[in-house]
Design a protein around this ligand. Structure first.
Ligand SMILES: Cc1cc2nc3c(=O)[nH]c(=O)nc-3n(C[C@H](O)[C@H](O)[C@H](O)COP(=O)(O)OP(=O)(O)OC[C@H]3O[C@@H](n4cnc5c(N)ncnc54)[C@H](O)[C@@H]3O)c2cc1C
Length: 426
């Protein structure tokens, strides 16, 4: 049977069908919102049915109460990795270890046109391209095929991506009967993936505003990284040598991402977000490292890790990975992350209207319409004073932690529903 897409929310664009089709009659093409979907050339199709068999959405089974993972917080001992990563640099440390063993690493990178796609690297100097979260949907291209070739040759592979991409890869390898013995899979705690069209419009607006071409974007650059806190900013570099920096939640792109208005339809009912998963490791942010551990010697920028397999645990615990790890209580870890491990985001009810306007209305106008900067209940003066206080490192540190403690206690009062432990298998 030919794969048939009845509802857009049933396709994650993992690309498993595109990778498996031997006739090459599937291509991934963008819809009006800018998201990729498979398009089938029915004239070339031989009705082999592989595209339907490989789809992890169609074939995923809910396994009641999969094994509970071991929870850790971890950070890289390499200060450069820490600086160039989103949180604790766990991905960079493990990837570097694999590259030193002549392995191949797959992850999301900007291409020369600032479009995010999955690429393969085999050299340490290219690792910087993969580090850091790019909060946009990445195109997996034919990476499942190339990872499979390396695995067939008994070479080591690390594949990182969103949970749906890891399910797509594992489903592809299962159907191809390729051993996963030399494979490490690492998925992120995923908020949802915004549209590549939004990123394109953001770059267009930046270039017009700054009258120079965008050369690179870092969506979570660490400003003022210190031991106990850092301020995430979106940093854009331009061809004329200048750059712009804005707190991630104030930046136009960040406002749409965090405002739950720009993600793919499937992200709002993601079936791959469970506490137990089929990847080896799940990585995400940990905003309460000191509160979870009760220790005061833990740095701010750490990664929350869930090890689902023995391989995952070994990676975190072995000295070669260059990580410092602390085992933590799973329930506390899940609660403090705020639920994104197992819950889908709820879409803003203006989402359809927003996508109708995206592309026709300049991005600054859209941002001011949908997510105006100045909170209405606060005077401009008070808002500016608060902003100033946040920028004063010492004052901020005190202010931040008194608020964090209250937030943490509140989060821990919430209960994790039992269905969150149900694991999806293929
Ligand atoms: C779209 C997205 C949404 C996220 N939402 C949350 C969230 O709500 N809560 C939370 O706790 N953590 C979230 N994360 C994870 C978080 O941003 C960090 O990636 C995580 O804390 C690991 O940090 P790190 O320093 O160890 O590695 P990093 O330096 O962040 O390395 C990240 C890895 O993720 C891969 N990656 C980057 N961008 C993409 C992409 N667009 N698609 C697929 N793979 C990608 C890279 O290849 C790299 O392997 C999200 C990540 C992404 C990509």
């Amino acid at each position: 049977m030919l794969i048939e897409l009845k509802n857009k929310k049933d396709c994650t664009a993992c690309g498993a069908c595109y990778n498996i089709c031997a006739q090459q009659c599937i291509r991934m093409s963008s819809d009006d919102e800018g998201f990729l979907y498979p398009e089938i050339d029915t004239d070339k199709c031989v009705q082999c049915g592989l595209c339907e068999q490989v789809c992890p959405v169609i074939n995923g089974k809910n396994e009641r109460f999969g094994d509970k993972p071991a929870a850790y917080i971890a950070w890289s001992n390499n200060s450069k990795f820490l600086e160039e990563s989103t949180s604790g640099g766990v991905f960079a440390s493990i990837a570097a270890m694999l590259l030193q063993k002549n392995g191949f690493v797959y992850g999301a990178a900007y291409n020369k046109d600032n479009v995010v796609e999955h690429i393969e690297i085999s050299k340490l100097q290219d690792l910087k391209r993969l580090n850091r979260s790019k909060y946009v949907q990445s195109n997996t291209q034919k990476t499942y095929q190339s990872a499979a070739l390396h695995l067939r040759n008994k070479e080591k592979v690390l594949y990182s991506g969103t949970p749906c991409q890891i399910y797509g890869l594992l489903s592809y390898l299962k159907l191809k009967r390729i051993s996963t013995e030399n494979l490490i899979t690492m998925d992120v705690i995923c908020h949802g993936t915004p549209s590549p069209k939004l990123l394109k419009e953001y770059i267009k607006w930046q270039e017009k505003d700054k009258k120079s071409n965008v050369t690179s974007i870092a969506m979570r650059e660490k400003r003022h990284p210190r031991r106990y806190f850092s301020v995430p900013v979106t940093k854009v570099n331009f061809g004329d040598g200048k750059s712009s920096e804005l707190a991630a939640n104030m930046d136009y792109y960040g406002r749409f991402f965090l405002g739950e208005i720009s993600s793919r339809p499937s992200c709002y009912s993601c079936s791959f977000k469970t506490i137990g998963r089929i990847s080896d490791l799940t990585i995400g942010d940990c905003w309460f490292s000191r509160a979870i551990t009760g220790r005061t010697d833990i740095p701010f920028d750490v990664t929350l890790c869930l090890a689902h397999t023995e391989k995952g645990k070994e990676l975190l615990e072995c000295a070669e990975s260059g990580l410092t790890t602390v085992l933590v209580d799973l329930e506390k870890a899940v609660k403090c992350n705020g639920g994104m491990i197992y819950k889908s985001a709820i879409p803003d009810n203006r989402r359809a209207e927003f996508f109708k306007e995206l592309g026709d209305t300049p991005l600054d106008e859209l941002a001011e319409k949908y997510f105006p900067t100045e909170p209405k209940h606060e005077s401009w003066g008070l808002h500016k004073i608060k902003e100033l206080i946040k920028m004063l490192p010492v004052v901020y540190e005190k202010y931040y932690f008194s608020n964090k403690k209250k937030e943490f206690d509140n989060r821990c009062k919430r209960v994790i529903p039992p269905e969150a432990y149900v694991k999806k298998t293929i």
